[in-house]
Ligand binder design. Structure first.
Ligand code: BDP
Length: 700
């Protein structure tokens, strides 16, 4: 929507506030207005997308397009690859040697009394990332007079996973229907595809899986391949490669074969032909993502084969085209503690996968809970490339109603020490190629994007999309840096209280939902509100909350110690010993690893029951505080986005109280202990809360 400029008189003077709807994301061109006179002219590779994008970025900032000049002038800007004659003269190629196709250099050059800025890279893709970097510096008001920046990405593949279905719905998507308009494609190309590509590229995302891991075989019909091709054409200029999720039984369903057994020659042949047909249409197609033998989906085990057999068959078909096969470790056949299952199933296959296979592992051992310890598979498979799968969509964190900035949670996982190769073997280092050899290092994020005007449902959920890209590009960035950038670009203000709100929001959500390592105490279907009492006759036990909280008069928590399920032993020393002892186990995970009596004395000196009540209360108080912070900043934010966030915060506050009362009142029926006097009294009745039933699709 075209922005209208409103003039709002404020005591401090006249401040210009654009009316905004969030559709322009962090690319709206902020209003700091510090661009005037920044550069005198622009020269370089005019036809490069990097060049165009930089110009476009400046225009967005209510500034002007820079005048083109064949020669870089004083205060000028030169954007070109190392093939460019002007760049050649400067001899900058050596700074980029060995850094790969996506690396770039941004440098201030002083020459014969002239000072100018250069953005260069060996390849157009690197140049594009360099241009966005410089734009970000300008738009966040940073000093650009003396630059010398060389960057290359932490991960080669920085990929979104859309859980989008071909009928337009999105599994666990909370921002409306899918942005892929399958019905209209390939004839109609929505302008959103290009905007999507730009947004992703601007934060360094370079690949996308278009469809749900619960994949329909239909995606591999010729009809759908032409639709995919049309999307790929839109994304390609922005260096974004397209991948697809596939259904393992496709050869049976589409190819009329008796089964999809990977050892059947006709099945192998079918895949080879199918892959060749895709590459004929989409020469830079990325490859497949596979969820097999998980949650009822077909897979090689249906035929007595293994994950290795299944993955290697597909890898073989992709190999001639340099395609990648991402095979998910999210499998949990019933039989043991669910937290142990993925590890148990995969560990013996270490070193057996083809070299174009990568195993995609969720950050935690169970399922994107508000907080989980890292999956013990990271570091354990020393001869197999693994890629972390993070969830950007807030399936278990308040959908698009709650303001939860996820970077601190992701950093906690990426920075966690696995001890696999001694101290310092962080999850980041065992997945980015530093400690375990991999042809392609990768990280995936389950997208939170939908067709809502603001893309993600909650304006602040855009920050999670942004943060995923930035961390995938550079996992050393701090959550603070990313939040500051995003706030400045999105709201023109990174006021300290807004920063604080974002940075503490994940901890707050954990407090009011599932503190102290509690997990999965939602109803079995919607994953939104509390239902620790939920019972569905006939449902798998590990889909029900009781399996995880084990509350009784005796206490609460899951005993995963050496005398319990022994999940602790899947971690390296000294972690396993640390987790195994409640005295040394971090509070964050204490009920993840231990079943403890209600009067257990915590590190704080409080009883477990009091500590639990206290944490729930603290979570609620924090969200109440977020409401105040937001209202205080009203004058800095345009009215539409201000109101929309304000009303979401109201919902979040009510939900936090709902969580607190539900959990405390329910567990109190077991603990039989009083709610500590220092905390807010419940405002609901347990029986009334038990009557709440949610439909599982939409809550915004
Ligand atoms: C769970 C979701 C389910 C997904 C599954 C997966 O509830 O909708 O299909 O993960 O990742 O978190 O495959």
């Amino acid at each position: 929507m075209k922005s209208i400029v409103l003039l709002i008189g404020l005591i401090a003077g006249i401040v210009t506030v654009k009316a905004e709807d969030g559709s322009e994301l962090w690319l709206r061109g902020n209003q700091l207005n510090q661009t005037a006179g920044l550069f005198s002219s622009i020269s370089g590779d005019k036809h490069q997308i990097a060049f165009e994008e930089f110009q476009q970025g400046l225009i967005k900032m209510n500034s002007r397009e820079l005048a083109f000049s064949n020669n870089v002038a004083d205060k000028g800007l030169l954007i070109a690859t190392t093939k460019n004659a002007q760049i050649k003269k400067l001899g900058l190629a050596k700074d980029l040697k060995g850094l790969g196709r996506e690396a770039y250099l941004i440098k201030t050059i002083s020459q014969r009394g002239k000072k100018f800025t250069v953005v260069t890279a060996t390849k157009p893709e690197g140049l594009l990332y360099g241009a966005y970097h410089l734009l970000r510096l300008v738009q966040t008001g940073q000093a650009i007079g003396n630059l010398n920046i060389v960057e290359k990405p932490s991960y080669d593949l920085r990929i979104l996973n859309h859980w989008d279905n071909l009928d337009g719905t999105v599994e666990r998507g909370y921002a409306g229907y899918s942005i892929w308009k399958w019905d209209e494609l390939p004839a109609v190309i929505s302008p959103r595809y290009k905007e999507y590509a730009r947004a992703n590229a601007s934060v360094g995302i370079n690949a996308t899986v278009l469809n749900n891991v619960n994949a329909s075989p239909e995606i591999l019909t010729q009809e759908y391949i032409s639709k995919v091709k049309a999307i790929a054409t839109q994304l390609r200029p922005f260096n974004i490669r397209v991948f697809l999720s596939i259904n393992f039984s496709t050869p049976r369903v589409l190819g009329n074969l008796p089964d999809a057994d990977p050892s059947r020659p006709e099945v192998r042949e079918w895949w080879k032909k199918k892959v060749a047909a895709i590459y004929k249409e989409i020469p830079d197609f990325g490859g497949f993502l596979v969820k097999a033998n998980s949650e009822g989906l077909p897979g090689p085990m249906d035929y007595g084969r293994t994950h290795v057999d299944g993955a290697n068959m597909l890898a073989e078909a992709l190999k001639p085209f340099n395609g990648l096969l991402m095979w998910r470790a999210f499998v949990y056949e019933p039989g043991d503690d669910r937290a142990k299952l993925a590890y148990k199933e995969f560990i013996d296959f270490d070193g057996m996968f083809a070299d174009n296979v990568i195993i995609q592992v969720k950050n935690g051992p169970i399922d994107f809970q508000p907080r989980e310890p890292f999956s013990p598979l990271f570091g354990a498979m020393k001869h197999t490339p693994l890629m972390p799968e993070l969830q950007i969509t807030q399936e278990y964190l308040g959908h698009s109603n709650h303001l939860v900035y996820l970077s601190p949670m992701w950093k906690e996982v990426l920075d966690a020490d696995t001890y696999a190769f001694g101290k310092g073997s962080t999850v980041a280092k065992v997945t980015d190629g530093s400690l375990i050899t991999t042809r392609v290092s990768a990280i995936a994020g389950v997208a939170n994007i939908g067709e809502d005007t603001n893309w993600t449902g909650h304006h602040f959920a855009q920050a999670n999309w942004y943060a995923f890209g930035r961390l995938a590009w550079n996992h050393q960035l701090s959550s603070e840096t990313i939040a500051r950038e995003w706030l400045t670009l999105t709201f023109d203000s990174a006021a300290p209280d807004l920063m604080d709100m974002m940075l503490t929001s994940h901890a707050a959500a954990v407090d009011y939902m599932m503190p102290l390592g509690l997990h999965h105490i939602f109803a079995w279907n919607h994953h939104y509100g509390p239902e620790p009492w939920c019972d569905v006759p006939g449902a798998r036990p590990d889909w029900l909350p009781r399996y995880y909280h084990n509350a009784s008069e005796k206490g609460i928590g899951f005993d995963r110690t050496t005398t319990g399920s022994n999940a602790v032993s899947q971690y390296y020393s000294p972690l396993k010993e640390q987790f195994n002892d409640p005295e040394t186990c971090p509070d964050e995970f204490i009920l993840w690893f231990h079943h403890l009596p209600w009067d257990y004395s915590m590190k704080s000196g409080k009883s477990l029951w009091d500590e639990l009540c206290y944490r729930y209360d603290r979570g609620v108080q924090q969200v109440r505080e977020f409401q105040k912070i937001w209202d205080r900043n009203e004058s800095l934010v345009d009215p539409q986005r201000f109101r929309e966030v304000q009303s979401k915060l109201k919902i979040q506050s009510k939900d936090a109280m709902w969580w607190k009362d539900a959990i405390i009142l329910y567990f109190q029926t077991y603990s039989k202990m009083p709610v500590p006097y220092s905390i807010e009294r419940p405002v609901h009745e347990l029986e009334e809360l038990k009557l709440i039933k949610l439909d599982m699709i939409h809550h915004n």
